[in-house]
Design a protein around this ligand. Structure first.
Ligand SMILES: Cc1cc2nc3c(=O)[nH]c(=O)nc-3n(C[C@H](O)[C@H](O)[C@H](O)COP(=O)(O)OP(=O)(O)OC[C@H]3O[C@@H](n4cnc5c(N)ncnc54)[C@H](O)[C@@H]3O)c2cc1C
Length: 292
């Protein structure tokens, strides 16, 4: 599939960007799921003129963007690369999308496992970004945790670094193709829920519900979609140390054609700011495509 503007994220930032880009008559595709927006399940009281539940605002915005021609793919981006001046993204069902401009509107969520040891050993072997930290695991053992395609992709990638790579998935929803790639790369699979990350001052093992204990030096938690930081790095944008993406007043990143908006660019984490930046990013991405 080819598009002018690809928007990654279906929260208020991505949806506002979709409305403004599509109204400028450039082909606009939005990838993401409203149920994964931080706004899902909330009551919004401080957004101009709208005191409403977050889900109603999101579903109205999807219809509004669609009415201007925006197209929607309810998928997660699981791979990203730059190629011949364009940006190419892979999604869960295997579709590849080539875009002239991209808007990263992925929010800030990092799903947690919520098990003992996760918080205590964060930064001491517990990581939420395989692509950021894989280099530290050269010749060491690593366990990937997650049910979605992203965990499979990360596990396969990790085999190029770690001496042993395991993957724990207890409710597998990953695409068959990426699961097979992980297996072919030599990843050992476990299918029981993690219950504790263990170690004294550093990660030493991961304990599963069925009693299995996997000795490891690192636990990589990949519970959802490919993180904004991974996507940014893959297309040449260096994330900030606080895991945000730096943009200028036009929502441009350091890479021409790559824009970002919403929570992913930093605080305040508010709908009003997400929508404001979404407008700017959508207009500027469309102008970029049109050579303005
Ligand atoms: C409990 C709660 C209450 C809140 N209350 C308020 C409030 O009252 N007022 C207020 O202004 N703000 C409130 N907020 C904050 C507000 O919801 C966020 O600031 C806002 O949703 C940010 O919008 P966003 O579009 O940047 O990110 P999000 O809304 O988080 O959307 C991110 C999108 O990116 C998608 N995505 C991520 N990774 C990928 C990928 N790899 N591939 C495809 N898609 C991807 C997700 O599926 C999602 O659609 C609240 C937040 C929470 C959690």
């Amino acid at each position: 599939m080819e598009t002018d503007v690809l928007i990654i994220g279906c929260g208020p930032a991505g949806l506002q960007a979709a409305i403004h880009a599509s109204r400028k008559k450039v082909r606009t595709v939005v990838v993401g799921k409203t149920i994964n927006s931080a706004m899902h399940g909330t009551e919004i009281e401080n957004y101009l003129g709208a005191v409403d539940d977050g889900d109603s605002i999101l579903s109205n915005a999807v219809e509004q963007a669609r009415s201007f021609g925006a197209e929607f793919l309810e998928q997660n981006v699981i791979s990203a690369r730059s190629e011949n001046g364009s940006f190419v993204f892979g999604v869960d069902d295997g579709t590849e999308i080539t875009a002239k401009a991209v808007i990263i509107a992925t929010g800030i969520s990092r799903k947690k496992l919520g098990i003992p040891g996760e918080k205590e050993l964060f930064g001491k072997g517990v990581s939420y970004c395989a692509i950021c930290d894989c280099n530290f695991y050269k010749g060491r053992r690593a366990v990937l945790v997650g049910n979605e395609s992203e965990a499979a992709v990360s596990a396969a990638m990790m085999t190029s670094y770690a001496s042993e790579t395991s993957w724990v998935a207890w409710d597998l929803t990953a695409n068959d193709v990426v699961v097979q790639k992980a297996k072919d790369a030599g990843v050992t699979m476990y299918s029981s829920r993690p219950v504790a990350i263990e170690g004294e001052g550093k990660v030493q093992s991961l304990r599963l519900e069925d009693g299995t204990v996997i000795p490891t030096d690192g636990v990589f938690i990949e519970l959802g979609a490919k993180s904004a930081m991974d996507i940014a790095l893959d297309i040449g944008v260096m994330p900030q140390v606080d895991s945000t993406i730096k943009v200028d007043a036009e929502c441009r990143t350091e890479v021409p054609g790559v824009f970002a908006c919403g929570d992913v660019t930093g605080k305040p984490w508010q709908v009003a700011k997400a929508v404001g930046q979404g407008c700017v990013a959508g207009l500027n991405a469309a102008d970029f495509v049109n050579g303005n």
